[in-house]
Ligand binder design. Sequence first.
Ligand SMILES: NC(=O)c1ccc[n+]([C@@H]2O[C@H](COP(=O)([O-])OP(=O)(O)OC[C@H]3O[C@@H](n4cnc5c(N)ncnc54)[C@H](OP(=O)(O)O)[C@@H]3O)[C@@H](O)[C@H]2O)c1
Length: 263
Amino acid sequence: MSQEFWENKNVVITGTSSGIGEAVLNELNQIKCTVFALDRSPANEIAKKKAEIVQIKCDISSDEDISKAQEIIGKKTQKVDVLFNNAGITTHGRFDKTDISVFRKSFDINFFGTVNLTLKLIEFIKNAKGAIITTSTVSGLYGIPGRAVYSSSKSALHAVFESVRIELSEYGVRSIIFCPPYTKTNLRTTGMDAKGNQLNEAQYSGKLLTPEEVAREMMRAVENPNSRLVTFDKSGKFVKWLRLFAPGFLERFLFKKLYDDFH
Ligand SMILES: NC(=O)c1ccc[n+]([C@@H]2O[C@H](COP(=O)([O-])OP(=O)(O)OC[C@H]3O[C@@H](n4cnc5c(N)ncnc54)[C@H](OP(=O)(O)O)[C@@H]3O)[C@@H](O)[C@H]2O)c1
């Protein structure tokens, strides 16, 4: 990670209360920059280190909160160098047992919330020739069994942020889609099941990255001018390439590997 890259930058991060968003915030707090930390229910003031941190209460599924966040940011600066579209929730459950309200709630946060905030900040991002980094997931690269809601709410973001990349390239704006592998965060306790109840599932039993490792990888992805669709472990690369070259094999593999997950 290059300290100089981040110095004096204006950065917006959503979902800074825990996990990957909190880890990005902590990394940036070591650098002289300005961070707008958007959090649904900011409890404590974040200890100031080198960065100036502006905490903003913002539920990204609320139009009102997003407009207020835009106003607060706009009063301080007309330039946003980097937007981390990080906030999100997961949903576990098989498609034929899922309530439509669960799709709607997930899309309100993961999809519409992310798109709405980006639209509200887009002129500031253009002014800065800035970068947007949107946290998807390996499950956003293909429809994963037991994850129809989560996969679809994230993969829909790929299309939006690819269009953004092409359209806004003439303004010098970059758009990165970032797909981390399993990471040890609160995601599986705060998500929903197919009926909309709180998930409360145990952590994945295989290899887990720490939020700090993922945060540093995300920051490196922003620093690299060529980043587009970023995966960085075996699972990400496996799904990224097999979906194109051997989708039948990939589907049989996912059926077997995740069978217990959707039964
Ligand atoms: N953990 C993984 O294995 C993994 C893998 C791939 C991708 N991801 C993605 O990484 C991102 C961060 O998740 P995480 O793993 O760090 O989980 P996390 O610890 O649960 O963090 C999620 C963050 O999103 C916030 N959030 C949820 N709904 C929100 C809303 N309506 N408005 C504003 N903020 C909201 C949460 O705030 P509250 O505290 O208020 O709920 C929290 O700060 C997510 O987009 C997730 O899909 C995670």
